[in-house]
Design a protein around this ligand. Structure first.
Ligand code: KG4
Ligand code: ZN
Length: 347
């Protein structure tokens, strides 16, 4: 019955979409109008509950989502100044992420879409990160070059149209955010690692020699495991010899090595494809050094940089609403049998 009803649904340009995100430790809901206007965005994080374990514990994250989801959705609806009856569709992250965590959002979204008789739109979290740029600049249109740098992915992408991506290169091993998190642990910094490494790096200098990754020979691919191992070896070597060393300098040197190559490859792609607009998304794009570097390199070369604010780079539901609108316009509606997926393809 639901499927029959949705078949006749008339797609609207100014659709009001409720977006739900629960792929990791943030329970988030947002209301987006016409794909570009954020009417509300709410986030509740269980990150404090994971600190003592040094990383996200899937079971704890799932339970926290169960407790938070109704509250977060109610707040999003209320602060958007609408009622559930004003919604045209419900978009939800179905992957990639922690299965148990995703299932909380997917189940909630299914129930809501079914009860309201409106489309259920499945959204890839990865595409969501890339679509955050549409919220930052309401005139942004493909084609553009996008740098994706998150805890699970690292890639340089040509966004050819709203729905077509060309992946120029991605990571051969660890994602850049993963490298930040692992280095944080080595340096004795608590979860979440990335922001803590950034904080420490601010007090240090880039004076530790670390390997430059795949510069020149790797095309647009990345590799972070060698860099991570070099940081571990440097620290252990110093400790074994009983030599003093600056953790801040090591953090700063790591951050420069990890980030410079991202910026370099994004710029190279823009040059090679003659596409002058560059965007970026994913949690690591909240890094101040990366933001400054991207901006200065783009300015130097007369390129337009669309950089979403930090809160739109880390996990949120507004970006899921932006990508949800693109999928909604395409008529990509899911049935009530929608399942969560731990992994989804990049493009
Ligand atoms: O996009 P995101 O919130 O979740 C995924 O989709 O993976 O990215 C999380 C990653 C984590 O590895 C986190 O350490 C990193 O982004 N991150 C940062 C910063 N803020 C978050 N890395 C470096 N500097 C930051 N300020
Ligand atoms: Zn993410």
């Amino acid at each position: 019955m639901y499927t029959e009803k949705i078949k006749d649904y008339k797609i609207k340009d100014d659709a009001v979409i409720l977006a739900i995100e629960s792929s990791c430790d943030e329970t988030a809901a947002a209301v987006i109008k016409g794909g570009r206007h954020i009417l509300s965005s709410e986030i509740m994080s269980s990150s404090a509950e994971h600190i003592k374990f040094g990383g996200v514990v899937p079971e704890i994250a799932s339970r926290a989502h169960t407790v938070a989801i109704s509250l977060v959705v109610e707040k999003a609806i209320e602060s958007a100044g609408i009622t559930l009856q004003d919604l045209d569709a419900v978009a939800v992250t179905y992957g990639a992420g922690l299965l148990g965590a995703l299932l909380v959002g997917v189940s909630y979204a299914k129930a809501l879409a079914f009860s309201l008789g409106i489309p259920l739109v499945p959204v890839s979290h990865i595409r969501g990160h890339l679509s955050a740029s549409y919220l930052e600049n309401k005139e942004l249109e493909p084609p553009f070059i996008s740098l994706l740098a998150s805890g699970g992915h690292t890639a340089v992408i040509v966004v050819k149209s709203y729905t077509e991506y060309q992946i120029l290169g991605s990571t051969l091993d660890d994602a850049v955010g993963e490298a930040f998190d692992k280095v944080a642990r080595v340096l004795g910094l608590s979860y979440p690692g990335g922001p803590n490494v950034e904080r420490l790096a601010r007090e240090g200098e880039n004076n530790v020699k670390l390997p430059k990754m795949l510069k020149g020979e790797g095309g647009y691919n990345f590799s972070y495991s060698g860099l991570k191992t070099a940081v571990i070896n440097y620290k252990h070597g110093k400790e074994q010899r009983g030599e003093e060393f600056s953790k801040a300098d090591l953090a700063c040197s790591f951050q420069c090595s990890a980030v410079d190559i991202l910026v370099q490859k994004a710029i190279e792609a823009s040059d090679e494809f003659g596409i002058n607009t560059v965007t970026a998304g994913g949690g690591v794009v909240a890094n101040g050094y990366l933001r400054d570097k991207l901006l200065s390199e783009c300015q130097k070369r007369g390129k337009t940089l669309i950089l979403p604010p930090k809160w739109l780079c880390t996990d949120n539901a507004a970006m899921i609403g932006a990508e949800g609108y693109i999928q909604y316009k395409k008529g990509n509606f899911a049935g009530i049998d929608l399942n969560a997926k731990a992994r989804v393809d990049l493009a």
